[in-house]
Design a binder for this molecule. Structure first.
Ligand SMILES: Cc1ncc(COP(=O)(O)O)c(C=O)c1O
Length: 401
């Protein structure tokens, strides 16, 4: 089916929530490359927005999924599921969390975290329910996670939103301390704001938040939906900062493309959920958890995460080098393979995304006119070289105009 036929059908039958999408439909992928219906090749630095951490048709993930599809796809939470227990064990044994609950998306994981924080204090008989998050954050598109998201553009169409959320300035500990009240139950943060434009929290700030939480009996929730699963060069983003959250959430990369999210918590918090308090029909089904096991086992192989770190470091250096050559590049930010290149407002980042597509390169533009690079974690330094060369040529054209 040609792209025009797909576009016409989409225009007629699909909700218009995405407006004009990039004019391509992919048929298959291999490694970090995607191919459209005409066989054109695209080098992918988007990875389904930080999802396809093992790229496409990865031998371990593909073989595990094929085998599982032939056995059983879904059973329900009425019964035990071996793959669910195994995936939970892998996460718990490799993180600061003790217990895991699987759901289907990042927003659903964050909903679970919000519910768990409130339930924890209800169990203790303490009147704490308020959650403080940061301005410019992104936590999802369900009603509670929209209320948590610190961006009015996502919130305004849906007011009134669930009450009990406050937003404070990024990296400003004094502002956070001021916002805390006797009703504050949790502080919820992304260690790197992804959708907001790749803004990394300071180590000192994060340690300060941890101390504040400890001293006032407040829970620290880290939204690791984008930063988790090796994206930053460590299995979880918080591991860079020498702090531990009480609750953290996962999504995106966890299933390598198969939808799955997770809520992870320390025992003392997790135990606030009693039988019947939370659930999900699809959450943690055999197929999704098979994917999570294959992803986690691959990432935990010796050398995998070290490779993400060294490719990420090389990538960042090459982006810095571009910044030295073009004065419309304002900043290079990020960790591991979660990198951003912020452009001056006079340059339209979305147009650059289109130009890249024409040249067989997939990139994305996040908040603050920031080009976002979140490739599959198997990307190589020579793939990075190809991206840099293509970007450089596009930037040269802009400079000449
Ligand atoms: C940090 C963060 N939290 C939550 C979400 C929502 O995840 P989902 O789209 O899977 O609901 C996203 C999605 O971009 C995200 O980046």
């Amino acid at each position: 089916m040609d792209i025009k036929t797909v576009q016409d059908m989409d225009k007629k039958y699909y909700f218009n929530t995405f407006g004009q999408r990039l004019p391509v439909a992919f048929e298959r992928g291999q490694g970090i490359r995607l191919y459209d219906g005409e066989g054109n090749e695209y080098l992918d630095f988007v990875a389904g927005i930080a999802v396809n951490c093992l790229g496409y048709n990865h031998p371990v993930l593909t073989a595990a999924l094929k085998e599982q599809v032939e056995r059983v796809v879904h059973t329900s939470s009425l019964y035990y599921t071996k793959q669910q227990a195994l995936a939970a064990k892998l996460i718990a044994q490799n993180s600061c969390g003790d217990r895991v609950f699987f759901c289907n998306s990042g927003a659903e994981a964050n909903e679970g975290a919000i519910k768990l924080a409130r339930k924890y204090f209800k169990e203790k008989g303490v009147d704490k329910y308020e959650i403080i998050t940061l301005q410019n954050s992104f936590h999802g598109r369900t009603m509670a996670t929209l209320a948590a998201t610190g961006q009015e553009k996502y919130q305004l169409p849906y007011t009134p939103l669930p009450p009990g959320f406050k937003h404070v300035e990024f990296n400003n500990l004094a502002a956070l301390e001021k916002a805390v009240s006797k009703h504050t139950c949790a502080i919820m943060l992304e260690v790197i704001q992804g959708e907001g434009g790749i803004f990394v929290l300071d180590t000192e700030y994060l340690r300060g938040v941890r101390k504040l939480c400890d001293s006032l009996d407040i829970l620290l929730i880290l939204d690791e939906v984008q930063t988790g699963i090796g994206r930053t060069g460590k299995l979880f983003g918080y591991q860079h900062f020498d702090i531990e959250p009480d609750i953290f959430t996962l999504g995106k990369g966890l299933g390598g493309g198969v939808p799955i999210g997770a809520l992870v918590a320390k025992e003392k918090v997790a135990s606030a959920f009693k039988p019947g308090d939370h659930g999900s029909t699809f959450g943690g089904n055999p197929l999704a958890c098979t994917a999570a096991c294959a992803v986690l086992e691959t990432l935990l192989k010796p050398g995998f995460l070290e490779n993400v770190q060294s490719t990420g470091k090389y990538f960042k250096e090459r982006l810095q080098n571009l910044k030295d050559q073009f004065d419309f590049i304002l900043d290079i930010r990020g960790l591991g393979l979660m990198l951003g290149l912020q452009l001056k407002d006079t340059i339209d980042g979305k147009k650059i995304v289109h130009k890249c597509l024409e040249q067989g390169l997939l990139i994305n533009c996040a908040g603050n006119n920031t080009l976002r690079f979140v490739p599959p974690l198997i990307v190589t330094k020579s793939d990075v070289d190809v991206l840099i060369e293509k970007l450089k040529n596009i930037f040269m054209d802009l400079k000449d105009k």
